[in-house]
Every structure is written in structure tokens, then in C-alpha cells.
Design a protein around this ligand. Structure first.
Ligand code: ADP
Length: 499
């Protein structure tokens, strides 16, 4: 269901609920409320008259009360078996009391006595006339015409209270009020309700339309932007104006779009880099191959070695790419062992010896003790290779690379320092990203995919190791990482033969 209809449904349900409550009180319970108010008025009038019973002011008080509460008042003094009528005030002119029969007075008197001094009765005037309690004007009409008079249906409430004056005389206070039939009012109200209900439902429909439009407009806008994003348009802008939730969603989508576009750019760059880097060694291999095939005497070990070297570079490139994708897919869980880190670094340096000699590099390693660590040895080797390769590639004219092992508080730090151009500050945060390369022509070795450092980062993060780079333009760079050292006693007990 769309937001619009759902909203409308809820609003409509709410309106029905409100109308039902109002109807219950205004229509259903109207009679009850009216009657209870009228009864309260009768009792109140009776209280005031009772206070003045036996007074000379009784007449005036009875009159005032009759007018104030719209009731009819009659006060009788009871003398033995007789009742003497003291006061009768009939404001309506057609009250039951002013036409009451003795029979009814006796009955009311007896009932009040039974009930402990007060009795209230509600009957229609027609019933009272039929019972012979009331001299109705229509009582004298033929039976069939009697109830044609709507008067017959009017409900009359009579209260009788028996009291004694301070002088000990007995009195009966009788009060009577007529209940105006509510049916006319009720049917008028029902009609009103019908119109109010229609107006409210129409209002709810409009309200639902407006609210849902406000809510769904940004969602629809974002939807079409997302569709356009799906087709590769990364310049879309999501805006969720209006509500906090849609604004947050828009921010997230904008972030996703930015990341997608960054990734896309980097992927394209990688493909460009990789194909460029593949082309050079492939061209060399083809060139040397053709040379050997076509020109007699060119089948020299040097030329064949050139082909092998180029093929080596190709295989290095491919294995770098594979390593990275494996690491990023989370496939490469580290195989943690205990090994001699110092020895591992020293071994690695030896591998570079030939290169160093041929290219005139000086690669120094400095350490003051043998250190054991627990880590994945192959992965740490890869980190070392990548850092040292970079240092060789980027070091300055003196061709110097320094590797230092320093032991601190429960950690060992390996740092690889070169004397090259350094890395501009603005590039520092990004060099660890995959495919990122600082644009620069000054490179010694051609192989470079921008993934070496991202492998380093992935491996070290997998080990929970700290790592970083200190570099400033013209001052060379120092790449470093730290591995935790076992506690001293473990270190002492270590058995080098384990490795
Ligand atoms: P690459 O294969 O291009 O060297 P890396 O991920 O190893 O890729 O390095 C990313 C970028 O960081 C390099 O392109 C280079 O610009 C910069 N960089 C890495 N190491 C050094 C260094 N020792 N000196 C200067 N710049 C470096």
C-alpha cells in the first residue's frame, strides 16, 4: 500500500473513532445527562425549600426556586390523615402538580415514607392520566384521541420529600419538572454528524495527500537518482530535503555514490596502469624473441636473460594483483607462527645483494639483537619486499636504503628509509589506497601498480599492527611497522630451532 493510502486509512480510522466517542456522549447519553441534571436541580430546590419550611418566607422562596430551576413546587402540611395545601407554584401552567389527584398524593406520600422520607418518580403524563393520578385536559377526550396530544408523551419527574419544621409540624415538599423530549434535538444532531463526518473524511483525504506528497516526494526523487546511478552516472546528487530520515538516507546514498565513483575511477586507472605495465615487458619479450629468431648469433645468454627478466616482472605484477585480491576477499587468514624476525629481515636483504651490486645500491640493515615475533612469516616477508622495493625504486641519487630494527616497550619496529624525493603531504593519506600512485615521472623501475602499499596495509591490519610513514618532500621517506614482542621471559626461553 502506498504511503498516501496508508495515511488516509489511519486518519479515517481516527476520525471514525472521534465521531463514535462524540456520538456516544452527545446522542446516546444525552437523555441520561439531561435527566441527571434535572434531578439534581429538583434536589437542590428541595434543599432550599426545606431550609425555610415553617417560615413566613416560604412562599417567596418557593416562588424563587420555581423560577430559578424551572420546576413546579407544592408544599403540603400534614395534619393527621389530612394534607393542607400551603403553596403551589406552577411556572409552566400545565404541571402535573397543579392538576394532581388526591389518590396520587396519597400514593406518593406512602412511597416516600417507605423509602425513608424521599421518593422520585418518572412517568409520562399519559400514564399518570390513565392511572387517574392527574386531571389531564385530554383525559376527558375519547380514549383513541388521548395520545394524539403530544403532551401525553412528555415525561414528568416528581420528587416528594417529607420534612419536619423546627416546631415539629410535618410537611411534604413536592417538586415536579417536565422533561422536554430530546428526539428532535437528537435527529438534528445526527444530521449534523453526517455532514461533519463527510467534511472530515474529505479533509482527511486532502491531508493524507499533502502529507504523503511531502514524504514521498524526496523518496521518489532519490529513487530516480539511484536509477541513474545504477546506469553509471556518478554525478547524481541525492537530496532528501524535509525530513531528518530522508536527509540521512540522501547523505548515505551520496556517500555511496562518491565511493562507487572513486572505486570506478581507481579500477579504470588500474586497468590503464596494468595494461601499460604489461605492454612494456611484453614488447621487450617479443622484441628479444624476434631478434633471436631472425638474426643468427643473437641467441646469447644475455638476450635470453633479458626475456627471463621481463617475464619475471610480469609474473611479479600478476602475483601482486592476486595477493591483493586474495587479501581483500578475506581469504588470506594469517598462519601465525613464531619466528626470528631479525633473521628474516637479514635473509631478505641478502636477496637484494645481487641487485644492489649491479645497480650500485647500498642497502644497510641495522639491529642490536635477535628478536622473535608471532605472525604470519610469509605475509611479513611480503611487507618487507614491498617496502624495500619501493625504497629502491624511489631512493635518491646516492642509492642508499637503510633498514633499522629497534626494540621499544614490548614492540619491535622495522623502518625502511630512503633518501628520495619524499612524498608531498597532501598525498600521504592516500598512498595506502589500492591503485593509488603519486604522479611522478622520476622512477627507476617501471613496474608499479599502486598496490604494493595497499597489500602492506592489508597485511598489517590483519595482524593488528601499527604502521605509518614519515616523509617530507626532498627529505626522503621512512616507512615503518611495529609488531608486539612476547613478554621478556617468553623471549628468553625461545628456541631458535623452532624456526
Ligand atoms: P607502486 O607499485 O606504484 O610503488 P605502492 O602502493 O607501493 O605502489 O605505492 C603507492 C605510491 O606511494 C607510489 O606510487 C609512490 O608514489 C608512493 N610511494 C611509495 N613508496 C614511496 C617511497 N619510498 N618514496 C616516495 N614515494 C613512495
Amino acid at each position: 500500500m502506498s504511503i498516501r493510502w496508508e495515511l488516509f486509512l489511519y486518519l479515517a480510522l481516527f476520525i471514525v473513532f472521534v465521531l463514535a466517542v462524540v456520538w456516544l456522549f452527545q446522542v446516546k447519553l444525552l437523555d441520561k445527562f439531561y435527566e441527571s441534571i434535572k434531578r439534581r436541580e429538583l434536589t437542590r430546590a428541595a434543599d432550599t425549600i426545606e431550609e425555610h419550611i415553617g417560615d413566613s418566607s416560604l412562599h417567596t422562596i418557593a416562588y424563587q426556586n420555581a423560577v430559578e430551576y424551572g420546576v413546579c413546587v407544592m408544599v403540603l402540611r400534614i395534619e393527621g390523615m389530612n394534607a393542607v395545601e400551603l403553596v403551589t407554584v406552577d411556572v409552566s401552567g400545565n404541571s402535573v402538580l397543579s392538576n394532581i389527584t388526591e389518590k396520587y398524593v396519597t400514593e406518593l406520600y406512602n412511597k416516600a415514607k417507605e423509602q425513608g422520607g424521599e421518593y422520585i418518580e418518572k412517568r409520562t403524563k399519559g400514564e399518570l392520566a390513565d392511572a387517574g393520578f392527574y386531571y389531564s385536559p385530554f383525559f376527558f377526550l375519547p380514549q383513541r384521541d388521548r395520545y394524539a396530544d403530544s403532551d401525553a408523551n412528555i415525561e414528568s419527574t416528581i420528587l416528594i420529600r417529607l420534612v419536619k419544621s423546627p416546631g415539629g409540624e410535618k410537611y411534604a415538599i413536592m417538586l415536579n419538572v417536565e422533561m422536554t423530549p430530546m428526539s428532535a434535538v437528537v435527529s438534528m444532531m445526527l444530521l449534523q454528524y453526517l455532514w461533519i463526518a463527510i467534511a472530515l473524511i474529505v479533509g482527511a483525504l486532502f491531508l493524507a495527500l499533502i502529507i504523503s506528497k511531502n514524504i514521498s516526494r524526496p523518496i521518489e526523487r532519490m529513487n530516480s537518482a539511484a536509477k541513474s546511478l545504477a546506469t553509471g552516472n556518478y554525478d547524481v546528487n541525492f537530496s532528501g530535503a524535509g525530513f531528518r530520515e530522508t536527509r540521512e538516507l540522501a547523505d548515505t546514498l551520496n556517500y555511496a555514490a562518491r565511493e562507487l565513483s572513486k572505486n570506478d575511477r581507481l579500477q579504470k586507472k588500474l586497468i590503464a596502469n596494468v595494461s601499460h605495465d604489461l605492454r612494456t615487458p611484453l614488447a621487450m619479450i617479443i622484441g628479444y624473441g624476434e631478434l633471436i629468431r631472425d638474426i643468427p648469433g643473437e641467441n646469447t645468454p644475455d638476450n635470453i636473460q633479458a626475456i627471463i627478466d621481463e617475464a619475471d616482472r610480469l609474473s611479479q605484477l600478476v602475483s601482486d594483483l592476486l595477493d591483493l585480491s586474495r587479501l581483500q576477499a578475506g581469504a588470506g587468514q594469517p598462519r601465525i607462527t613464531r619466528f626470528n624476525l631479525t633473521e628474516t629481515v637479514r635473509d631478505t636483504m641478502q636477496r637484494y645483494e645481487k641487485l644492489a651490486r649491479a645497480g650500485g645500491y647500498r642497502i644497510n640493515f641495522w639491529s642490536d639483537r635477535e628478536v622473535y615475533v608471532t605472525a604470519d612469516r610469509n605475509m611479513i616477508l611480503q611487507v618487507l619486499y614491498n617496502l624495500i622495493n619501493n625504497a629502491i625504486n624511489y631512493t635518491g641519487e646516492d642509492r642508499l636504503v637503510r633498514v633499522v630494527q629497534s626494540v621499544g616497550d614490548h614492540v619491535v619496529r622495522i623502518s625502511v628509509t630512503d633518501t628520495g624525493e619524499g612524498i608531498p603531504r597532501e598525498h600521504l593519506p592516500y598512498i595506502w589506497d589500492r591503485y593509488y600512485k603519486v604522479d611522478k615521472i622520476h622512477r627507476r623501475a617501471a613496474v608499479g601498480t599502486g598496490i604494493g602499499l595497499s597489500i602492506v596495509k592489508n597485511v598489517l591490519e590483519l595482524h593488528g599492527a601499527r604502521y605509518g610513514v614519515d616523509s617530507a618532500p626532498g627529505q626522503g621517506s621512512t616507512f615503518w611497522f611495529e609488531l608486539p614482542l612476547p613478554l621478556p621471559d617468553e623471549q628468553d626461553n625461545s628456541d631458535p630451532s623452532e624456526n
